[in-house]
Design a protein around this ligand. Sequence first.
Ligand SMILES: *Cc1c(COP(=O)(O)O)cnc(C)c1O
Length: 411
Amino acid sequence: MLTRRKLIKRLSAVPLLGGLVGSALPLESALASEVAKVPARDVLKELGLRTFINAAGNYTAMTASIMPDEVLAAIQTSSQEYVMLEEVQDKVGEKIAALVHAEAAMVTAGCWSALVLGTAGVLTGMDQKKVSQLPRLEGTGMKSEVIVQKGHNTGYVHALTNTGVSIVEIETIEEAEKAINEKTAMMWFLNTASLLGKIQHAEWVALAKKHNIPTMIDIAADVPPVENLWKFNELGFDLVCISGGKAMRGPQSAGILMGKKELIAAARLSAPPRGGNIGRGMKVNKEEMIGMYVAVERFVNMDHVKERKMWDDRVAEIEGKLKTVAGVTTEMYLPPIANHVPTVKITWDNTKIKLTRKDLVENLRKGSPSIEVVPGGGDLPSIDVTVFMLKPGQDKIVVARIKEELTKALV
Ligand SMILES: *Cc1c(COP(=O)(O)O)cnc(C)c1O
């Protein structure tokens, strides 16, 4: 084994390090400062990866968001020491819970993993045998059905069915009352689909409470507004699941499960570092836990009015510059629930501008710098530009490139 003495001796033999070891600096900080001196490599460039201006939004395939400096610094610092993973989860969970006004919280491997682990916790409680039986439910004494409104029954329910449960689809309160039975484990709500369901939040929670059934809500992409971090805890949902790497700009592979203390404790039985459970593959490292904590803290404390003003200024810049092109109309809209941030819809008259939406998207992608936007819906050709993931000054580049492409295609 390499003793501290031997290590110092070896380091002294390295000419560059010799001076440092002889100084008053403790060995650890001498080593840490050497780590910092490793020349930064532009690995993205080495690999020939295309980087782009993100005028599209928080898309998982586009790596969602860029972590702020505070988050990166916390990740860097925490990566230099060993700690017990469970203790990180305890401490970080407590801090996050206080920030989001929940009884308890844990960092998960994304919102999806929060959905899986939260459901697992509801099914197993603190029973270790049940934890090891998932995703098999038959003959175990565990409940096996989750009630979901028809409009909420999307691909995301696959996170729930990973635990072995089946989905019971209902549309009205009466149907829900009929569907509830001794096998009902949970009632699940997809916030982004609220407007597609007949039953709203308060009624959903009241119905569940009446029958003593736990509730879970998926609010993955539903901040801003920041108040949504606590709104659903306060409304009485037992579990709330959110993505960490979308608008909160934590690590992309992190998320948060928050809610009732005993349910979070139960969910942790299915999560690493424990094995022999369905969640062992949903590992979150200490850096992501710490990074997620710092990201939530930053998001809760930041000046959201100022942030919104910056987005509105970008929208004004884009709309102002494009108004001068014949046949182009622009309109700012706010998606009502998920990704509730200013978005500009740019529409053009294709008798005046001969360009398909697909070609504009492609031309912006192939240009320099490369830019990602979203092809718009509707009959007329259009694109959607989202401004919240832009870095300062990029709004000017984006609008100049769009204007150039539209002007080139004028007939
Ligand atoms: C993004 C998203 C998820 C998955 O979240 P991850 O953090 O990527 O795991 C789940 N539900 C909804 C509604 C989402 O938008």
